[in-house]
Design a protein around this ligand. Structure first.
Ligand code: GDP
Length: 450
C-alpha cells in the first residue's frame, strides 16, 4: 500500500472511446504537465488558476502527439486535495500510451489502482465508506445500485455513523469521568439510564445490520431461482426475461451448459438468475445432481419462481417450502396451450413463448424487493466489511450490557464501549488508525485512474 507525495499519473478512461482522460496529481502535477504541453495562449499551467481549461498540444520534443484540452485544479480544490491536471486527448491507445510515457519521463509515476482516491481519503476529502461508494458508483448497473452508492458517497451513511459514534463517546466520557473520581465512590452515570442508552444503540446497530440483506441484494443483484419440472418452460422464460437468446432453448433438455448465472435489470433493480445451467438438467440424466442443485439455488435465492406446465402432471416439488425472508412466485406457463385452465389463487398465468403475462411477472419480481428504504434516504448497508464491523460492534455492546447487569467495575465497562467505538469507527476510518492491510484491501479493488 503506497502513500507518498509523488506526482502520479494514469489514464482514467477505458480504451475504445473517442476521448481519453489522463489525470495527474501531486505537488509537481502542473510542472510535470508543462514539460509535455504547450498552450496556444502561451501560458504555463504552473501559473494558471484552478478550474481553468487550456487548449494546446502535447509535444514530444517538437513532434506533435495530439491536440488536447487540459483542466487545472488547484489544491485543495481537487478530488485528491492536491494540485491536479486532466488532459483530455483523442482516445487512441497509441496517443494515451505516448502521453503516459512522456509524463513519466517528465517526472510522474504511474498510479496504483485507487491511488487518487487514497489521496482523497488521506486529505480528508472522503471517509472510507464514501471512498468505497466511489467504486460502487462506477460499478453501478441499475437505478437502485446507483441510488445506494450515491447516497453513501454523499455522506448519508457517514452522518448516521457519526451520530452513533457521538452517542458512544458520550457514554465513555461519562464512565471515564466516574473513573476520575473513583476514590470518592460516586456513580455519575445512572445505571438504568446507561442500560437504556445501550439498548437504543443496539437497536440502531441491529437495524443497520438488517438493511444489509437489501443492500447486498441491490449491489450484487437479487438472487432468483427458477424451478420446475423439465419442459415447464424455465429456459424460455429466462430468455424472455433477459431479452436475448443467449441461453439455448430446445426440446432436448440439458443444452444450457456453460452459463451459470445471468443478470437482468428489471424496473431499476438488478436480478441475478441462479444456476441457469441447472435449469436445463433433465430427469433421465443427472437426476439426483439436478435436484441437489435446484435445492441449493432455492436456498440462495431471495425470490423463487416456481413454474408449472398445466398440461404436465406435477411430480416432486409439490411441497415447495420457502423461508420467511423469501418470496415465492407461482407461475402457470403455456396458457396459450390451455387458455381455459384454472389458475390457482395468487398464481400468475403466462406464456413464456408468446410473452403474454410476462410483464406482470416482471412487476411481481420488482415488487418483491422493497426498495422504499433506498428512496426515502434511509441508511442501507451494502458492504460485507461494514456488516462484519457492525457484528463485532454488537458483540462488544452485548458484553457492555452484560457487564452492566453484573455490576462490573467502571473501567471494564468503559473498555467494552471503547471496543464498540473502534468497530463502528473502522467503517468510516474516522478516529481510527487502520492497518495498511485493511486500506490496501479496500483500495486494491479500484480501477487504475480512480
Ligand atoms: P425447461 O426444461 O423448463 O427449461 O423448458 P424449456 O424452456 O426448454 O421449454 C420446453 C418446451 O416448451 C420448449 O419446446 C418450449 O418452446 C416450450 N414452451 C415454453 N414455454 C412455452 C409457452 O408458453 N407456450 C408453449 N406453447 N410452449 C412453450
Amino acid at each position: 500500500m503506497i502513500y507518498d507525495h509523488d506526482t502520479i499519473v494514469a489514464s482514467a478512461t477505458a480504451s475504445g472511446g473517442a476521448i481519453a482522460v489522463i489525470r495527474f496529481s501531486g505537488e509537481k502535477a502542473l510542472e510535470c504537465c508543462d514539460r509535455i504541453f504547450r498552450a496556444h495562449s502561451g501560458q504555463t499551467l504552473a501559473r494558471s488558476e484552478g478550474y481553468r481549461l487550456h487548449y494546446g498540444r502535447i509535444l514530444d520534443g517538437e513532434r506533435v502527439v495530439d491536440d488536447v484540452l487540459v483542466s487545472v485544479f488547484r489544491a485543495p480544490h481537487s478530488y485528491t486535495g492536491e494540485d491536479s491536471a486532466e488532459i483530455s486527448c483523442h482516445g487512441s491507445s497509441y496517443i494515451v500510451g505516448e502521453i503516459l510515457r512522456l509524463a513519466m519521463a517528465a517526472g510522474a509515476r504511474m498510479a496504483e489502482p485507487g491511488e487518487f482516491t487514497i489521496r482523497a481519503y488521506m486529505a480528508g476529502k472522503l471517509d472510507l465508506s464514501q471512498a468505497e461508494a466511489v467504486a460502487d458508483l462506477i460499478a453501478s448497473s441499475s437505478r437502485a445500485a446507483h441510488t445506494l452508492a450515491s447516497t453513501q458517497m454523499r455522506g448519508g451513511y457517514s452522518a448516521k455513523l457519526d451520530t452513533l459514534r457521538e452517542k458512544l463517546l458520550g457514554l465513555t466520557s461519562l464512565l471515564e469521568l466516574e473513573l476520575d473520581f473513583s476514590e470518592e465512590d460516586v456513580e455519575f452515570a445512572d445505571r438504568g439510564e446507561l442500560a437504556r442508552t445501550i439498548d437504543g444503540i443496539e437497536d440502531e446497530i441491529l437495524s443497520l445490520r438488517r438493511s444489509f440483506a437489501l443492500g447486498n441484494a441491490i449491489k450484487e443483484g437479487v438472487p432468483v431461482a427458477i424451478v420446475g419440472e423439465p419442459n415447464a418452460g424455465k429456459s424460455t422464460l429466462l430468455n424472455r426475461l433477459l431479452d436475448e437468446d443467449r441461453a439455448m432453448v430446445s426440446d432436448i433438455a440439458g443444452t444450457t451448459r456453460d452459463v451459470i448465472e445471468e443478470q437482468a435489470n428489471i424496473g431499476g433493480v438488478l436480478f441475478r438468475f441462479l444456476d441457469t445451467a441447472g435449469i436445463r438438467e433433465t430427469h433421465d440424466r443427472l437426476e439426483q445432481m439436478g435436484i441437489e442443485r435446484t435445492m441449493k439455488s432455492i436456498e440462495r435465492a431471495r425470490i423463487v419462481i416456481r413454474m408449472i406446465d398445466p398440461c404436465q402432471k406435477e411430480e416432486g416439488m409439490a411441497e415447495l417450502k420457502i423461508r420467511e425472508d423469501q418470496t415465492l412466485l407461482t407461475v402457470i406457463n403455456k396458457i396459450d396451450l390451455c387458455p381455459d385452465c384454472t389458475i390457482p389463487e395468487g398464481a400468475l398465468a403466462i406464456s413464456a413463448r408468446s410473452g403474454e403475462g410476462v410483464e406482470r411477472l416482471k412487476e411481481a419480481l420488482r415488487d418483491s424487493v422493497d426498495t422504499s428504504a433506498l428512496y426515502h434516504g434511509d441508511v442501507v448497508v451494502s458492504h460485507s466489511r461494514h456488516y462484519e464491523a457492525l457484528g463485532e460492534a454488537l458483540e462488544a455492546l452485548h458484553d457492555a450490557r452484560r457487564g452492566l447487569e453484573e455490576a462490573l467495575p467502571t473501567d471494564l465497562l468503559s473498555e467494552d464501549i471503547r471496543r464498540v467505538i473502534h468497530h463502528v469507527g473502522a467503517i468510516t476510518g474516522k478516529g481510527e488508525i487502520l492497518s495498511d492491510e485493511v486500506l490496501g484491501h479496500i483500495f486494491s479493488k479500484f480501477c487504475i485512474g480512480k
